[in-house]
Design a binder for this molecule. Structure first.
Ligand SMILES: [Zn+2]
Length: 415
């Protein structure tokens, strides 16, 4: 298993080797490494989940890198399965089109395109679209469904192949993949090549300010190597001959940053948002390791509260099951010390996960139909950012006397 993992020694954005540890979470297996019935008795290797800050550019990052082939080639996350994300991407495409107004027929490329949900909204506006995603099955399915998707990692070589066969792109997007990839510099170089002179690269990443303020520690897992802030990103893009000219805070994944980037000296005007967010980051002290270490104390407090509530419930004989098996549940279940056997099962609405077992603890993942025949006393909502929707959709469970336990952003029992 050694080849699956290595520890970087240099900052992902500026290449400095001056890296300070700021937080250590419990080691976990890859957050999306669900296992089959046949594998459930085999212990999975866990990898360190330690967060560091670069002393030079202040970028917050993991240094432990898992082999992307292991992480992504059998990826089971499909964005189209979540109605909230479909709506998010529909609005995203509409904003990009109205703001930059690319001419009809222009090429739009999405890096880490998953099932093509975002590109679909561009295709319906008569743009040429191309997806890039290393998950082989998801890429093949997207292509079959009409969104041509190259089953590959994005590299400068691939960028120049796309330019020579299809021309440069008016829009290049990469959502959440910018936190996934190890070699961001080569991705940025490829993007600079792929963009038309007036083209725009748009990306979304989890935003350090939100992660910090709302204690979103469960967004920390190996696929997310980076917790981006505007200050370090601005310097990084400059190094790749690109310019971050506008940023916005958006609600996806509990709080994200959307950025717009052009080639250095491009035609799009700076609107002041970049400086504004850099100022907020400075005021919060997010360029200081001491501030970020306090984040660890807040996580410990949350863990203690959660453990007390769960132990009381278990002591009084209540049965507990989980709801939602997103990647972040792996971090939460490991860091909160949930032992195998504590949860009877985890309900997840994705058929791709049903029938499998959760990473590490190997809790069975099942469909919500189980609530009709094996109703627990308590449903722990692991996909807690969808807590409201889950509670609304499962009103019948509450009528039968069930309660929901929401672990984040504060520990609460409903009703
Ligand atoms: Zn750095």
């Amino acid at each position: 298993m050694q080849a699956m993992h290595h520890r970087r020694t240099h900052c992902q954005l500026c290449n400095s080797s001056a890296l300070t540890p700021i937080l250590s979470l419990e080691p976990t297996p890859p957050a999306n490494a669900f296992v089959t019935e046949a594998q459930r008795n085999i212990e999975q290797p866990c990898f360190p989940l330690d967060v560091f800050q670069c002393e030079h550019c202040h970028h917050v990052q993991l240094l432990d890198v898992l082999d992307p082939a292991v992480l992504f080639e059998n990826y089971v996350y499909v964005s189209g399965t979540s109605p909230a994300f479909v709506k998010h991407f529909e609005e995203y495409a509409a904003i990009v089109c109205s703001r930059f107004n690319p001419s009809v027929g222009s090429l739009i490329v999405d890096i880490g395109s998953n099932d093509g949900t975002l590109l679909n909204f561009f295709k319906s506006r008569n743009y040429r679209v191309l997806g890039i995603d290393p998950a082989q099955v998801i890429a093949a399915n997207a292509t079959a469904a009409g969104i041509e998707t190259l089953p590959a990692f994005f590299t400068p070589k691939l960028a120049s192949e796309i330019v020579s066969t299809r021309g440069q792109a008016a829009i290049v997007s990469a959502n959440n993949v910018f936190a996934h990839a190890e070699d961001l510099y080569s991705i940025a170089v490829g993007i600079a090549d792929l963009l038309k002179p007036d083209g725009v690269f748009t990306f979304e990443v989890s935003y350090l300010v939100d992660v910090f303020q709302d204690v979103l520690f469960d967004t920390i897992y190996h696929e997310h190597m980076a917790y981006h802030a505007v200050g370090p990103l601005q310097r990084f893009f400059k190094r790749a001959d690109l310019e971050l000219f506008s940023v916005a805070r958006v609600s996806s994944h509990g709080g994200s940053l959307r950025g717009y980037v052009q080639k250095a000296g491009g035609p799009h005007t700076f609107d002041g948002t970049v400086d504004k967010l850099i100022n907020i980051e400075r005021q919060l002290g997010l360029d200081q390791p001491a501030t970020l270490r306090k984040f660890g104390n807040r996580i410990d407090l949350l863990r203690d509260q959660f453990k007390t509530v769960l132990q009381d419930l278990k002591k009084s004989g209540k049965s507990v099951a989980g709801y939602g098996a997103p990647a972040k549940a792996t971090t939460l279940l490991h860091h909160f010390g949930i032992k195998p056997g504590t949860l009877d099962y985890i309900i997840d609405d994705s058929p791709l996960k049903q029938g499998l077992y959760s990473p590490g603890q190997h809790i069975p993942v099942v469909s919500s139909e189980i609530l009709l025949r094996n109703t627990p006393d308590i449903l722990l909502i692991l996909a807690w950012n969808f807590a409201e929707i889950i509670m609304t959709n499962n009103a019948a469970f509450v009528k039968k006397g069930g309660k929901f336990l929401v672990p984040m952003p504060a520990v609460r029992l409903y009703p």
